[in-house]
Design a protein around this ligand. Sequence first.
Ligand code: NAD
Length: 401
Amino acid sequence: MIIQPKIRGFICTAAHPFGCDVAVQKQIDYALHQSLLSAIPKRVLVIGSSTGYGLASRIITAFSGKASTIGVCFEKAAENNRTASPGFYNTAAFEKKAHAQGLYAKTINGDAFSDVIKEETANLIKRDLGQIDLIIYSLASPRRVHPETLQIHQSVLKPIGQTFSGKTVDAFKGEVKSVQIPPAADEDVANTVAVMGGDDWKRWIHAFDKAGVLADGVKTIAFSYLGPRLTHAIYKNGTIGFAKADLHQAASDLRAELSAHHGDARIVVAKAVVTQASAAIPVVPLYIALLFKFMKEKGVHEGCIEQMYRLFHDYLASSHPLPLDVEGLIRIDDKEMAKDIQDNIEAAWPAITTDNLATMTDIEGYRNEFYHLFGFGFSEVDYNQDVDPVVNVPSMQELRI
Ligand code: NAD
């Protein structure tokens, strides 16, 4: 079939297998061109491994650190004239390229929130790796079926306490629009915490502890975002920020529990990047378009792969004591939050309109990165070519419950 982008709101419902392969290869090339991270943990699990920060951390640990990696993700294979999801094609590309380098890589494709996936992952670790040294928790999901109550929780992106009024962008129409988002109800907050908070992360670690697969010195990390004042009402002080606060608390709880294994649990505060998750948050795409402009002008632009290399190089594979902020967080959002960058964004923000969007922001850079997420917009790919959307991943275990 001929595969072209199909944009619906802030998502793209098609993905290109060759384009996703190119996107993964570019990240691998980046990883291979950096200095070897010999001190990286060698047995790594990435929960949320197929796109965004999870995929980039898997690529860095495997290709810059020569680690064996297990991935867990929730992706769709191609069927009935529909392409697979980009994370499916990314995983196919990653595994093929890892195996070609003699690296161990297997993936479990199913609902990470379920008990069954946790048990299956523990079994796979036991069977193939013995134990695990690093667990990277990088899930971003709109919903969770609770494994005990079977209740379905939907996360929402809303302010808390008062209506949010601000501006946002339709990146594809190139329109800056005003947006009003009513405050969350109490149950919205509870549901968002249930999906994006720390409960599931803890359940993973507890399941692994019970299964005896946590290695001595095991580390676990989860990703968070704080961002500038401009996004606080919708992010840090909104429903998602509430869930992140719960995730931060889970890190403290897990840190105490993992001391029995001489282990550690930390929150990594990462920068804003273009992913399927961030595209869904009102205001954030316009903020990212502006952030890109000023970070590129200053020569400090970073995407997922650059962030993840810096995370391992400066923090997790470094022999120095872990540099943390006063709250015990790993801050790789430092370049985003630099005063000059944020001053520029604050000054420019009120003036952005549809008419000057293209010149005042890097909306084109935002759009290009968005297309790349789905394997589109690469000069290496002939998008008029008839391609088979079905790709097999022999090392991927599908678990549908
Ligand atoms: P993403 O949408 O690119 O990736 C989400 C991953 O979760 C995918 O691998 C997907 O398959 C997996 N997933 C979703 N539901 C699942 C389920 N039920 N079972 C198994 N796997 C499932 O997201 P991302 O932007 O890389 O976000 C990852 C983490 O990083 C999140 O905690 C997010 O808040 C955080 N973060 C993101 C940004 C950003 O700008 N994107 C910034 C800072 C922190």
